[in-house]
Design a protein around this ligand. Structure first.
Ligand code: AMP
Ligand code: MG
Length: 316
């Protein structure tokens, strides 16, 4: 496996149907030519991702969007104008060009334009849209550095190293309805920001999709991971690592990672997965505890990730 920063070589690999891990502003993606079903199949294989879980297609310009979707309307352009390039995925009716394997057979496709120069250059030089889920094994912690990718997917054909990602959690995913938009996954772009462009649809029923964006368990560290509450205050803190936000819970913990110096929720998003990786790799730590935040604005996306990371441990 190579670990070089050569976008030319990476693009050549994409054209040859190989897999390239690359940075976006959210997390690292595991990319393949979105129009080549055999290449896309390799993503599912390497990630051990179930085939019912659709991939997001990454584009570098609006012409690519128009090729991939059946129809657009002016709302799509207004959203694109305001939020692209950026961490917003729009789920839209797909065109025939999009292979079924990308969308898990759904009639819709998730598309976004990432706000990361290396990602955009890779898409341009590859001359195709790139399908990419996060570059981790299915269900595990998302990667925010090239090292995180290497740890989980050592056999990937190529890794582009763009340093640590600037947003740190996955994109907000929305679906357009007749009335406005629904949120399928919370991210750093909040409902309130989207409402400056379109009304939030609280009327239509969200279609149930069996995919991790909506699954209860995801983003899981290998070690016991719990959200701080009354019961976790009684655990043996000498073997526990705390992901700390306010600083108020720190007493007694063996190791602490403070995710923000200024109590800024954006910092929590940026540093959350890195903190999980760091405690996962630390032999002195047996349990990871994460501080909760209020579920407003970005807090919704943070709590969503923490709950999914915790889910299977609470069952145990
Ligand atoms: P990721 O694992 O970050 O690549 O995110 C992929 C997620 O996007 C999936 O798990 C779904 O939740 C969502 N998604 C992608 N395509 C669609 C689609 N056509 N309809 C609904 N959700 C989608
Ligand atoms: Mg993922």
């Amino acid at each position: 496996m190579n670990f070089l920063n050569n976008v030319e070589i990476a693009a050549k690999y994409i054209k040859e149907g190989k897999l390239v891990a690359f940075p976006t502003e959210t997390v690292y993606g595991l990319g393949a030519n979105a129009l080549n079903p055999l290449a896309v199949a390799k993503i599912f294989e390497l990630k051990e991702r179930p085939s019912f879980d659709p991939l997001i297609i990454h584009i570098a310009n609006i012409d690519q969007l128009e090729q991939l979707v059946e129809k657009t309307d002016e709302r799509v352009y207004r959203l694109a104008e305001k939020f692209w390039p950026g961490p917003l995925t729009m789920v839209l009716p797909k065109s025939n060009l999009v292979p079924d394997i990308v969308t898990s057979g759904l009639p819709t496709v998730g598309i976004r334009m990432p706000n990361n120069e290396i990602a955009l250059e890779l898409i341009r030089k590859s001359d195709c849209p790139i399908a990419a889920p996060s570059a981790n094994k299915f269900g595990r912690i998302s990667p925010t550095t090239a090292d995180h990718v290497k740890k989980q997917l050592p056999s990937v054909d190529y890794i582009l190293d763009g340093g640590k990602t600037s947003v740190g959690i996955e994109s907000t995913i929305i679906k357009l309805t007749d009335y406005g938009f629904q949120i399928l996954r919370n991210g750093i772009i909040t409902q309130e920001e989207l409402e400056t462009i379109l009304p939030f649809d609280s009327i239509s029923v969200i279609e149930k999709l069996s995919a991790p964006g909506m699954l209860k368990s995801h983003y899981s560290p290998k070690k016991m991971f719990l959200i701080a509450n009354n019961s976790t205050s009684k655990i043996d803190k000498s073997k526990a690592g705390l992901i700390s936000f306010s600083g108020e819970l720190e007493a007694g913990y063996s190791k602490i990672i403070r995710v923000s110096e200024t109590k800024d929720l954006k910092d929590y998003a940026v540093n959350m997965f890195e903190a999980m990786h760091s405690f996962e790799d630390d032999n002195d730590i047996e349990i990871i505890i994460a501080e909760t935040v209020k579920e407003v604005g970005i807090g919704k996306a943070i709590m969503d990730r923490l709950r999914k990371a915790e889910f299977s441990w609470r069952q145990a």
